[in-house]
Design a protein around this ligand. Structure first.
Ligand code: NAG
Length: 215
């Protein structure tokens, strides 16, 4: 009896693990039909007979992004939007360029874990845990260093070197999503009630309204 329960528990765990992030594809691929108006979880598939090599192809990650912006940072994503062949495969990649002092604000990817590799420069990467709560784990990455940001956790990157920093990030989602915390909180449209935000952030209402005007 006890043995059966244990085996059942193991079977349940194997089952749950295998399906935690979507099943293995049921076909070779499902190249996204970006023109279809059908709404599914993901994107509908093109007729496989019409699929071309270019559906799996992107060129340009060797090109530095334009960092002339308030963040001093450029993100060049290669997700299902750029490469329709990534649809249903749970994978994407991006190039990150940081000018000196460039950064990405605290953000999360709701649908993917991230692994980031620095190709050039010095990049501080950190994330905050939920259990135990609010531990801040961070590293300064140099050329060749790799760091992992677990699924959904709030994290940030900032260039701490004197020159440009270049990194490649891979994510286990074809559409990982990005929620920038400052914009989500202070830039929501329509705005979140400023009295409420003042209480939540231990700020006065005027400061909250200034932040809301900026975002
Ligand atoms: C980079 O972006 C800035 C601001 O949008 C723009 O003025 C500039 O022309 C861009 N540079 C290049 C090389 O595209």
């Amino acid at each position: 009896m006890a043995k059966t329960v244990v085996l059942g528990f193991i079977a349940l765990n194997v089952f749950c693990t295998a399906f935690a992030f979507g099943p293995i594809p049921l076909q070779d691929f499902c190249v996204a039909d970006l023109t279809s108006s059908t709404r599914v979880n993901g994107l509908p598939c093109k007729d496989p007979a019409t699929v071309q090599a270019n559906d799996f192809f992107f060129s340009g990650l060797h090109v530095p992004g334009n960092t002339t912006n308030p963040f001093g940072t450029a993100l060049t994503p290669v997700t299902v939007t750029q490469v329709p062949g990534l649809n249903t495969l749970g994978l994407s990649i991006a190039r990150l360029d940081f000018a000196p002092s460039g950064f990405l604000p605290p953000h999360t990817h709701p649908r993917a874990t991230e692994i980031v590799a620095v190709l050039e420069g010095s990049l501080e990467v950190g994330f905050v845990t939920t259990n135990p709560g609010y531990r801040h784990l961070s590293k300064v990455l140099e050329k060749g260093d790799v760091f992992v940001v677990p699924l959904g956790l709030v994290h940030y990157q900032r260039n701490v070197g004197s020159g440009n920093t270049v990194a490649i990030a891979a994510l286990n989602g074809q559409n990982p999503g990005i929620i920038a915390v400052p914009s989500a909180v202070f830039g929501a449209d329509p705005a979140i009630n400023s009295d409420y935000l003042a209480k939540a952030f231990l700020l006065d209402k005027k400061t909250v309204e200034e932040l809301q005007a900026k975002f």
